[in-house]
Design a protein around this ligand. Structure first.
Ligand SMILES: *[C@@H]1O[C@H](CO)[C@@H](O)[C@H](O)[C@H]1NC(C)=O
Ligand SMILES: *[C@@H]1O[C@H](CO)[C@@H](O)[C@H](O)[C@H]1NC(C)=O
Ligand SMILES: *[C@@H]1O[C@H](CO)[C@@H](O)[C@H](O)[C@H]1NC(C)=O
Ligand SMILES: *[C@@H]1O[C@H](CO)[C@@H](O)[C@H](O)[C@H]1NC(C)=O
Ligand SMILES: *[C@@H]1O[C@H](CO)[C@@H](O)[C@H](O)[C@H]1NC(C)=O
Length: 421
């Protein structure tokens, strides 16, 4: 009798120590539905946390700055400044610009593996963009985000207004105009290509170099996006006719739903990531809910429309409003092209061979057209040929092996081609 009771007592204690309803990360996808009791699951404080909180709970200093663009959008920039006791003299500013459907959390949500923290550890002064329309940059001097006009902006507008406003602010605060390194993922690369080719003088005054991950100026879509992209310009036109200027405006609702849903059907949520990025063996199951804490963010219809216009025309061009409005806006019937040869600062590009949006020829085309003397591009993992291991579009943000496959080469490139010393 007594031993039996003892056994029951012991097992209930054991159970109570493994039972944690707050668990939100599992090292195996199949454990998510039983995450409260599985020994493969734990509490990841970065899940459902916003960028400022993630930075602080990873024990980095944090600052926020506000800047208003000349067209009225109020943007928040986040900063991981150098630590006060850091005696390294360089402290070169690095500005990280996120891609489409995400925000600054993209650069920090995988904790110590995150690029923002790796750069901070190297003594860089790290700045994070939050583009207009993200949850951190939703205000405007006149418009509200419930007003459809708030969302009437293209990629050109990000390049024309958001990028220089942020660079001016960084230059003012740090006093380091000319030594800023810009790093952009996906759309973050598109807008710097647009900005630096149309404002080459300002770009040269601000930038020491550009690093682009999954660079987007030209497309070669995976099969299941090919048809959609051809219809994109038309779909965009219909949406805009009905004043549907934003997709997923109520992002917080969708994200809350996905937090619950992905707990039950983690494989489905993982499949969503494959569809939107490309085949990969590098995504870690424990990052699932942390990623779905800031993805998908709201996105302006005009940006998706412009990307599909670019893919149909196979040109790196401004927004196509149609002949009549183009004539009024640009003084010509066709949208003007961005001339990449105007970019003369050093450019380093990293891409993945499993990217669903681009292939090597598109990266090479950018490289060929760029005007600078220092330029190079690499597929990641660098020097690895095995098909299974190639990166997809978003592996640059979430891969488990970034510290081996990307960061050593990246840090070398910064020292060799973009150092301000
Ligand atoms: C920046 O603006 C946000 C609102 O968009 C506000 O909550 C925050 O306090 C402002 N920060 C600073 C440093 O002024
Ligand atoms: C930086 O220098 C100060 C004063 O020389 C010293 O007290 C401090 O330990 C140094 N910090 C680091 C991280 O080396
Ligand atoms: C930066 O400083 C210049 C000169 O003081 C000023 O005109 C400009 O408005 C400042 N820009 C930002 C974004 O702070
Ligand atoms: C879209 O908004 C404009 C005002 O900006 C309005 O004139 C127009 O009627 C609206 N179109 C539709 C289809 O609701
Ligand atoms: C881009 O600019 C260069 C000179 O700056 C010029 O030679 C070239 O024709 C331009 N390309 C296009 C497509 O306009």
């Amino acid at each position: 009798m007594l031993p039996k009771l003892f056994l029951v007592l012991c097992s209930s204690i054991a159970l109570s120590t493994t039972f944690n309803p707050s668990n939100n990360a599992c090292t195996k996808l199949r454990d998510y539905p039983i995450k409260a009791v599985s020994k493969n699951c734990f509490v990841n404080p970065n899940v459902k946390s916003r960028t400022p909180k993630i930075i602080v709970q990873n024990r980095y200093p944090f600052e926020a700055y506000n800047v208003t663009t000349t067209d009225g959008y109020k943007l928040q920039l986040f900063r991981i400044p150098p630590r006060e006791n850091d005696n390294r003299t360089n402290k070169q500013p690095v500005f990280l610009e996120h891609g489409i459907f995400v925000d600054s959390a993209n650069w920090v949500y995988i904790g110590e593996r995150s690029l923002a923290f790796v750069l901070a550890d190297q003594g860089y002064d790290v700045w994070l963009a939050n583009q207009r329309g993200t949850r951190y940059s939703r205000e405007h001097t006149k418009l509200k985000d419930s007003d459809h006009k708030y969302w009437l902006y293209s990629l050109d507008d990000l390049a024309q207004y958001d990028v220089p406003a942020a660079l001016d602010l960084i230059a003012n605060v740090t006093g380091k105009a000319g030594s800023i390194v810009y790093m952009g993922h996906s759309r973050g690369s598109t807008v710097i290509f647009m900005y630096a080719s149309s404002n080459p003088v300002h770009a040269r005054r601000m930038l020491k170099g550009i690093v682009a991950f999954s660079p987007i100026a030209y497309f070669d879509f995976v099969w299941y996006l090919k048809g959609l992209s051809k219809l994109g310009p038309l779909i965009g036109k219909v949406f805009l006719f009905f004043n549907i200027t934003v997709v997923n405006r109520h992002m917080e609702i969708l994200i809350s739903l996905l937090q619950v849903l992905c707990g039950y059907v983690p494989h489905l949520c993982r499949f969503g990531l494959t569809l939107s990025s490309g085949r990969t063996v590098h995504f870690l199951p424990e990052d699932l809910l942390a990623f779905y804490s800031h993805f998908p963010s709201s996105i302006a219809t005009m940006q998706l429309t412009q990307y599909s216009q670019m893919s149909v025309s196979n040109k790196f061009q401004k927004y196509d409003y149609g002949k009549e409005k183009n004539l009024k806006k640009y003084g010509q019937a066709e949208p003007p092209l961005y001339n990449l040869s105007n970019i003369i600062v050093p450019l380093v590009m990293y891409y993945g061979k499993h990217d669903i949006l681009i292939k090597e020829p598109q990266v090479q085309r950018i490289n060929d057209e760029i005007g600078g003397a220092v330029k190079l591009y690499k597929s990641v993992p660098i020097g690895v040929e095995e098909d299974k291991l190639q990166y997809g579009h978003n592996d640059f943000i979430w891969a488990g092996d970034l510290d081996k496959s990307l960061y050593p080469h990246l840090l070398e490139s910064l020292k060799n081609h973009m150092s301000s010393n």
